[in-house]
Design a protein around this ligand. Structure first.
Ligand SMILES: *Cc1c(COP(=O)(O)O)cnc(C)c1O
Length: 355
């Protein structure tokens, strides 16, 4: 029998969360962001839940081709655009929309012979200082794109540095000032801006993490009043128990010591499954539906939990690492990261079921 660990993917949750995005952005078209293999869920597994989206956005050409091969006829956006002339040919063949964030990408597109003009999202660096043309050269980039025979419709795009903590106006103002004379659809909003900044919604929105039920800020309390559903759960079982006497320690490094006699359970899940090694004592976890805490250091294939709140737990008891009861954001926060990273880091060795 394989180890009892299993990840469950819930396409219905993605469908539900997408509808919620729709309600929040009734006048916008929606790019469903499925980069990083749909935030670790597997594009193919959640694909049926995306039918109502207006487009699919991702980074890898391979993933874009996979989406086309699944039968997706609506737009597909490459969020980092193309890197080589061969990429332009693939974008042309599969009818992809490409982000254009630098002069080198414009050069590549302008030099290409294409069957059909390639639609682009021309990206402005409005303050993130990662990808994009600065506001003062944006108009010139747009003029060049507009006059190129190989470039089709031009959407004006930018990305926020801190939409999750309320600070978008300075970027929106820069973007609006530099584009006031430029026609075309606009696309600004990630998940945080979808939830919290209606001013940014414009023609297209680009939600990622909310489709999977995660909090854009990394803090579960920030979405506590929004009926999102978790689209990934990770469960396993207790495979052993120990009774510690006073001052006995558990696991590597002996970082947890019992300050009274206690029972602990050993769970078949470790960092090689994608559970964060940095999860400290106190990280939430559920055993047979009862919330308890991780104790001691997470090892490669196992971790240990406090069974004090669940005295009936035994070998074979069900454990939820994250899911409906234990928020992935709470596990992430305890471990110094965000739900995004835990979803993406789900290890290949974990069996996945789709429900
Ligand atoms: C990843 C990404 C998004 C989605 O971000 P979330 O915070 O997951 O909603 C939107 N736009 C761009 C350009 C991205 O790279």
């Amino acid at each position: 029998m394989p180890r009892p660990i299993v990840a469950r993917i819930h396409p219905d949750a993605v469908r539900h969360n997408l509808q919620l995005v729709r309600q929040k952005t009734p006048d916008s078209r929606v790019w469903a962001v499925v980069k990083a293999n749909a935030y670790g869920h597997g594009i193919e597994r959640i694909y049926p839940a995306l039918a109502e989206a207006d487009g699919i956005a991702l980074l890898d050409l391979d993933e874009a081709v996979r989406v086309r091969e699944l039968g997706w006829k609506k737009p597909v956006l490459l969020l980092e655009g193309i890197f080589t002339p061969a990429d332009v040919a693939i974008a042309d063949e599969y009818g992809l929309t490409v982000a254009v964030h630098c002069t080198e990408q414009l050069d590549l597109l302008c030099a290409a012979q294409v069957k059909q003009p390639i639609p682009i999202n021309l990206k402005m660096n409005s303050g993130m200082n990662r990808l994009g043309f600065r506001p003062d050269v944006f108009r010139a980039a747009w003029e060049r794109a507009r006059s190129s025979a190989s470039i089709g419709e031009i959407t004006l795009m930018s990305h926020f540095a801190s939409a999750d903590d309320g600070d978008v106006d300075w970027q929106v103002d820069r973007f609006d000032a530099a584009t006031s004379e430029i026609p075309g659809p606009r696309s600004l909003a990630n998940s945080a801006a979808v939830l919290w900044h209606p001013r940014t919604h414009r023609n297209w929105v680009r939600p990622g993490i909310v489709l999977y039920g995660g909090s854009p800020s990394g803090l579960s309390r920030h979405v506590a009043d929004i009926p999102l559903r978790a689209s990934m759960s990770l469960t396993s079982q207790i495979i052993g128990t120990q009774t510690l006497s006073l001052q006995e320690t558990v696991g590597y490094g002996r970082i947890f010591a019992a300050n009274e006699p206690m029972r602990i359970g050993v769970v078949a899940c470790g960092y090689a499954d994608g559970y964060p090694r940095h999860a400290p004592t106190g990280t939430p976890i559920a055993v047979d539906g009862t919330l308890t805490r991780v104790v001691g250091r997470v090892s490669m294939d196992m971790l240990t939990v406090d069974l004090t709140p669940c005295p009936k737990a035994h070998v074979g008891s069900q454990v939820e690492l994250w899911g409906d009861q234990v928020k992935i954001d709470d596990v992430a926060q305890a471990s110094g990261t965000i739900g995004y990273e835990l979803m993406c880091a789900l290890a290949r060795r974990v069996p996945v079921e789709v429900h």
